[in-house]
Design a protein around this ligand. Structure first.
Ligand SMILES: *Cc1c(COP(=O)(O)O)cnc(C)c1O
Length: 372
């Protein structure tokens, strides 16, 4: 039986602690809307991340959308955005009519290259905001990116959807941006089944985001509207799952790190390297990935297909935004060739599920090794 059990990239891991909060919501009939779990989850996340204000939302994408609105992005405005990422980092810019200019990656973290960002500001001095991701849980070169944004007086939106719990120089990711975004989608390091959070030290900003997220209802006895609103709030039941999950975040991180370390030592000597990080960073190791050496003849898709035949889930790296048909007319700024395209071409994501057993991990490792 165990031989046919599917091995996942990253699937939800429930602890049981979630039920206490869900049951409380049911017992008090606060299943919706909002309620104590939502208020407490916001406080607990703010405390964990080290940011003073937070608003719980229906998804990370909703949080990104509200961050783009807070950055005052209007029709035709240029926003400088990480190129190597999931489309949800970039799409909310279009929701507000903004125009993405994609910024290439560097090889040390696979994230936004500060040098390319600097170059982009020279070409687009009018840029309105920056959206920078911490890919696969690895912090970007956040100090440099933060400095460049400050120098140009534009807000930084930090897409920490994949990096909850990761630190850079001892500080939590999501706290570097003027606005920080988290996701609790099913495959993330903790999950609420679906949900997101927007954090900021700017109290006014979070009040505005909360207002937009609840249909922009003005404080009148009747439904009075001056602005366009959205139905973006998290339900009290969902927030209960989040509170239970948050108690286990550090445990999830420790298990993800073991998975990464195990791959790393098992693959030493092969013509490939693990997704790298800076010595000032401690990633949450959400996904373990490998990059084949340039000279290597093994192809990521061959390995992915071979693992697939063995009921093991592996995936290509996120396809860069500048290679997406949707964004074919957007500009792409790079200073070192096409780094994100190279990582896409030569990389893959390995199973990083924290429920993976020792023998399952050994099976994955043996199958990968057999390609070299
Ligand atoms: C998952 C993810 C999002 C979107 O979060 P949802 O909660 O799924 O809307 C945004 N950015 C990145 C980098 C992600 O991985």
């Amino acid at each position: 039986m165990s031989e046919t059990k599917r091995i996942y990239l990253s699937s939800p891991t429930m602890s049981g602690s979630e039920m206490k909060y869900i049951e409380e919501a049911f017992a008090t009939n606060w299943v919706a809307p909002l309620g104590k779990n939502v208020d407490e989850f916001e406080k607990e996340m703010g405390a964990y991340v080290g940011v003073s204000h937070a608003v719980a939302l229906s998804s990370g994408t909703a949080a990104l959308h509200l961050a783009v609105k807070l950055a005052n992005v209007r029709r035709g405005d240029v926003v400088l955005c990480s190129d190597l990422t999931f489309s949800a980092s970039a799409n909310p810019i279009s929701y507000e009519g903004g125009v993405q200019v994609f910024i290439d990656s560097e090889y040390e973290t696979w994230n936004m290259d500060p040098e390319a960002l600097q170059e982009a500001f020279e070409k687009y001095p009018q840029a309105k905001a920056v959206v920078a991701v911490n890919l696969y849980g690895t912090p970007a070169k956040l100090a440099q990116i933060e400095d460049i944004c400050k120098k140009h007086g534009v807000p930084l939106i930090e897409d920490a959807a994949e990096s909850l719990g990761s630190t850079y120089m001892g500080r939590q990711t999501g706290s570097f941006g003027d606005y920080g975004v988290f996701s609790f989608n099913g495959n993330k390091i903790i999950t609420t089944s679906g949900g997101g959070m927007l954090v900021s030290d700017d109290a006014e900003a979070i009040i505005r985001a909360r207002f937009w997220a609840t249909q922009a209802r003005e404080p009148f006895p009747w439904y009075e509207h001056k602005e366009l609103g959205y139905n973006y709030r998290m339900s009290n039941v969902v927030a209960g799952i989040g509170r239970g999950q948050l108690l286990h975040l550090d445990e999830h991180k420790a298990k993800k790190k073991l998975i990464y370390e195990r791959y790393k030592s098992a693959f030493s000597g092969l013509p490939l390297s693990m997704n790298p990080y800076l010595c000032v960073s401690e990633p949450n190791f959400w996904l373990s990935c490998v990059l084949m050496d340039e000279s290597c003849s093994a192809k990521p898709m061959d390995i992915i297909n071979m693992l697939g035949k063995n009921n093991i889930e592996a995936r290509p790296i996120w396809k860069p935004m500048h290679l997406q048909p949707l964004y074919k007319d957007n500009d792409f700024i790079s200073v070192n060739g096409d780094v994100s395209g190279e990582i896409f071409k030569r990389g893959l994501c390995l199973p990083s599920d924290i429920k993976m057993t020792d023998s399952e991990a050994a099976k994955v490792i043996n199958l990968v090794r057999s390609n070299f």
